[in-house]
Design a protein around this ligand. Structure first.
Ligand code: FES
Length: 269
């Protein structure tokens, strides 16, 4: 039983981040300027910007949760970074919400306590934003991947038969293209080399990078995070920094489908 899904290659989460960031940092700046210049109009604007920023933050959190759940590779340094990024964003929204609530009416001048809470919220937001930049630039979360011959990211959920020794999937790839299979929570990459189809764990043994997001050529896959290369004939390391091999699976043709052996037996990662 199969179903198609695509959670990656969509830039929606990073694209939404500038809105809450601009509104909330802007709120702090308007409040500070209002108090400094004794201009009630400025701090009133700041109060409204907090409301807009919190709403925009909640909207941006929806694709963020999807990315966290489905895109960021499990058991990786990227997942730890994504967790800290998410917690800091939640903390920032809580702090700005508290500051807005403590203030009461929008035209009330923010006192030192309120400005301090907003300052902490801005600090959390900036730190989370810096981590978010690393998640995009190094961990390639939210990046629109392409394979050889402009192959697009493909993502397929596969239900393993209970007690079955293998799973069956359609191929549909050109040479040097890959797709991610989600087999009951386990991530496996199906790739096509010049010699035929290969399958291997979507988990770099260095720091857990997603190999499906990397590049495959001449029977070698390269991790996008730090460049480790693995031989897909046997999983051995061809270039570091990884030291340990990846797990490869036996793939055979079964009519117009491909049969991958051993996936259902191995534990989910
Ligand atoms: S995670 Fe570092 S090379 Fe793959």
């Amino acid at each position: 039983m199969r179903s198609k899904a695509s959670f990656r290659g969509h830039p929606s989460h990073p694209a939404l981040i500038p809105f809450p960031f601009a509104f909330l940092i802007g709120a702090l700046l308007f409040d500070l300027a209002g108090v400094w210049l004794d201009r009630p109009g400025l701090w009133t604007t700041g109060a409204y910007l907090i409301v807009a920023g919190v709403i925009a933050g909640l909207i941006a959190a929806v694709p963020g949760i999807i990315d966290y759940r489905y895109t960021v590779p499990p058991n990786s340094t990227g997942k730890k970074r994504a967790t800290r990024h998410a917690l800091l964003n939640v903390l920032a929204l809580i702090l700005f919400t508290a500051a807005r609530w403590l203030r009461g009416d929008v035209d009330v001048e923010p006192d030192t306590l309120i400005l301090g809470i907003e300052g902490l919220g801005a600090l959390a937001l900036i730190t989370a934003g810096w981590m978010g930049g690393t998640l995009v630039n190094r961990n390639q979360v939210g990046v629109d991947h392409r394979y050889a011959n402009a192959g697009k990211w493909q993502d397929e959920a596969v239900k393993a038969e209970r007690g079955g020794a293998s799973i069956k999937v359609k191929g549909g790839l050109e040479v040097n293209q890959m797709k991610l299979l989600r087999v009951d929570g386990k991530r496996v990459v199906l790739g096509r080399t010049a010699d035929g189809y290969v399958a291997f764990d979507d988990h770099c043994t260095h720091r857990g990078g997603s190999l499906a997001g990397g590049v495959m050529i001449c029977g070698t896959v390269q991790c996008p995070w730090h460049g480790s290369q693995f031989d897909l004939a046997n999983g051995e390391v061809k270039a570091g920094p990884a030291r340990n091999p990846i797990h490869v699976y036996r793939v055979e043709r079964a009519g117009d489908e491909l049969e991958i052996f051993g996936v259902a037996d191995s534990s989910a990662s």
